[in-house]
Design a protein. Structure first.
Lengths: 356, 293
């Protein structure tokens, strides 16, 4: 394996007027990885991607591709290609000519161009549409053209700027799977920008969660989801029950509520203001085990949504937890609860995160 | 039942009354409007219709029509002075078209992409030629050439016409440039094109319909132009419009009717082409100068 990362951002910042779009970001992206930059809009993920592509110049720091500092190089001198959010297809050219554009620029022989364009259109399942114009294609097909046009150049890194955002949900799910398959097949490093945490979780080898121009956390999908290191990541990745309180002696006293037993935590001083985070699916309503923290509350709302049911349980005035129960064949009828009922609920200590 | 009927049984709402009055008024509206419209078109096109009709007159009279004939068209084709003027006008129009399109497109690209205070000031100044009385432009151009000691000739007409026409091209192009997706040019560079290649291979083809519409419009405007040409032309050769004006001063020949009819036909064909070209590319017009769309 190549030890040199495919992409390295080294203390990169982008300052607009007096605010930072990206602030002192450093990260390594390994060759062959599917890497996601995830965050809400305005968090700096697209700006970061544009700096890797060469469309935006960083005000500080360096962009390094496969060990070579490319900070000063224009986009056409970088061995990366981009799939733009708007697809940015050339409307006056046929699909074939759109895909061949990059190969023609780099002076590849005509016969080879024809062969590689054909193979690429096969790969993205657009063979037969080669002579059509982009305007006559559907959104999903245009998306594939944009992908083919970039991939056919065999770049070291492919940059994707929310490429699925414009597709409807069903098509997006299908393209997520396809995109991941294509990435595995061609073995090219993908840097994928998205605001959709589901998308990032299902597709990525690694995820960098960004907020306000900085990287909050970088790790595998499991890492980021199961062990968020900040309140922002816990709240942004999926649903989380976040409660604020004060830590003291292995217990977090909620603002106006009971104390939650959380166990002793290293690195958190007594009296520190903390957030407690428990995922809805990690809270049990029955069959408690030894060592679990068990509390009781009143069911205020039940939301049935097919495979799952969500219960909103009031622990104390103003403190409501959401609890997700699977509606599998194994769950028995007597496990179902209705509004107004007082129930016991609990979680394993390792599923309760204390974030300072 | 009662619940359902309640809204409809209520007294007619103010909105409904308003609709009814409007409809009644609308019934009375057309007669006077039709008359005004008819008068408008009569005043606008009657003189032109008379010119067209009398260009086919068999006699020399400009008041009595006496049978259909093509003799004045034949006379025009045999008139070397008029024919050479037509050639001069065509040359001036083609050069003015090429020059103002190149400069106008460049100016539109610059104005849209240079978002500084100086840039928006330039955008305003660019519009001034459109509202300046042409006679002012004409006299000013003439005085400038005289002051610089330049002999008036076909070349000076071309220069003035180019200057005057840039604004039209830029106004048409500017909104199209603004509507371009900046990511498309970036995509071209991402795929290995230099800045210049991106402009040539991606941006200009996307602008082509508007460029062609602008070119045709400029050609028609310059070919028809009299005022600017009159002030900036030399003695010989003269553009057709100026030549016709001097000819009329010594008595009107029916040949002029034939020339006028031919110019009219040519202009209509060009304007139609300008309107048609954007449709050809499946896009909306490039000719709406007021909205610049």
């Amino acid at each position: 394996m190549d030890a040199i990362p495919a992409v390295r951002l080294d203390g990169v910042s982008k300052q607009f007027a007096d605010s930072y779009a990206v602030h002192d970001v450093s990260l390594d992206i390994d060759a062959g990885h599917f890497f996601s930059l995830l965050g809400p809009s305005g968090c700096g993920k697209t700006t970061s991607l544009r700096m890797i592509g060469g469309f935006t110049d960083p005000t500080e720091g360096a962009v390094v591709l496969a060990g070579e500092d490319v900070t000063a190089l224009p986009p056409n001198k970088r061995n990366v290609n981009t799939v733009f959010q708007s697809y940015a297809l050339f409307d006056h050219l046929s699909i074939e000519d759109n895909v061949a554009f990059g190969l023609k620029r780099s002076g590849v022989a005509k016969a080879e161009i024809r062969q590689r364009v054909g193979e690429m259109l096969d790969l993205v399942q657009l063979d037969g549409l080669a002579r059509r114009r982009p305007r006559t294609l559907s959104g999903g097909q245009r998306q594939r053209v944009a992908l083919a046009r970039a991939l056919v150049n065999r770049p070291a890194v492919l940059l994707l700027d929310e490429p699925l955002a414009a597709l409807d949900l069903k098509l997006r799910r299908q393209m997520q799977v396809e995109l991941k398959q294509i990435q595995r097949e061609v073995g090219i490093t993908f840097v994928f920008v998205t605001h959709d945490q589901d998308e990032a979780l299902t597709m990525s080898d690694r995820i960098a969660v960004m907020n306000e121009g900085r990287i909050e956390q970088c790790g595998t999908p499991e890492d980021v989801y199961e062990h968020p290191t900040s309140r922002f990541v816990a709240a942004f990745m999926g649903t989380s029950n976040l409660m604020t309180g004060t830590y003291r002696n292995g217990e977090v006293a909620l603002a106006d509520g009971p104390g939650l037993p959380v166990g002793r935590r290293a690195g958190i001083a007594d009296g520190a203001a903390v957030s407690v985070s428990v995922r809805p699916e990690k809270i049990w309503l029955s069959d408690f085990e030894a060592g679990m923290s068990v509390l009781s509350g009143v069911i205020r709302e039940t939301v049935y949504s097919g495979p799952t049911t969500t219960y909103l349980i009031e622990l104390a005035p103003g403190v409501t937890l959401s609890v997700l129960e699977q509606n599998t064949a194994r769950s028995r009828m007597e496990d179902r609860w209705s509004g107004g009922e007082t129930v016991e609920f609990g979680w394993r200590p390792e599923h309760c995160l204390v974030l300072s | 039942m009662t619940l359902l009927r309640l809204p409809s049984s209520a007294a007619p709402t103010p909105a409904r009354t308003r609709i009814r009055t409007r409809r009644r008024r609308a019934g009375r509206r057309p007669r006077i409007l039709i008359a005004v419209t008819a008068l408008f078109f009569a005043l606008l096109y009657l003189p032109i219709a008379v010119v067209t009709l009398f260009s086919f007159n068999a006699r020399k009279s400009l008041t009595v029509f006496d049978g259909f004939s093509l003799r004045w068209y034949r006379a025009f084709l045999q008139d070397d002075v008029l024919i050479s003027s037509l050639g001069t006008s065509l040359r001036i129009s083609l050069v003015a078209m090429a020059g103002s399109v190149v400069l106008g497109v460049a100016l539109a690209l610059g104005l849209v992409r240079c978002r500084t205070r100086l840039g928006s000031l330039a955008g305003l100044i660019m519009l001034v030629p459109l509202i300046t009385p042409e006679i002012v432009t004409g006299v000013a151009s003439m005085l400038l050439f005289k002051g610089l000691g330049v002999t008036l000739s076909t070349g000076t007409v071309m220069l003035s016409e180019i200057t005057f026409s840039i604004s039209y091209v830029t106004v048409i192009l500017r909104s199209r440039v603004a509507a371009l997706n900046p990511e498309v040019e970036e995509a071209a560079m991402d795929l290995g094109a230099t800045r210049w290649q991106a402009l040539r291979l991606v941006t200009l083809p996307a602008l082509l319909p508007a460029v062609l519409a602008g070119a045709v419009l400029v050609f028609a405007l310059v070919f028809d132009d009299f005022v600017l040409a009159y002030f900036t032309t030399g003695v010989d050769p003269q553009p057709l419009s100026v030549r016709i004006y001097s000819a009329i001063r010594f008595g009107v020949q029916p040949t002029i009717n034939a020339v006028g009819t031919l110019m009219l036909a040519g202009s209509i064909a060009l304007i139609a082409l300008a309107l048609f070209i954007p449709r050809l590319f499946g896009r909306r017009g490039g000719l709406d100068i007021l909205s610049g769309e």
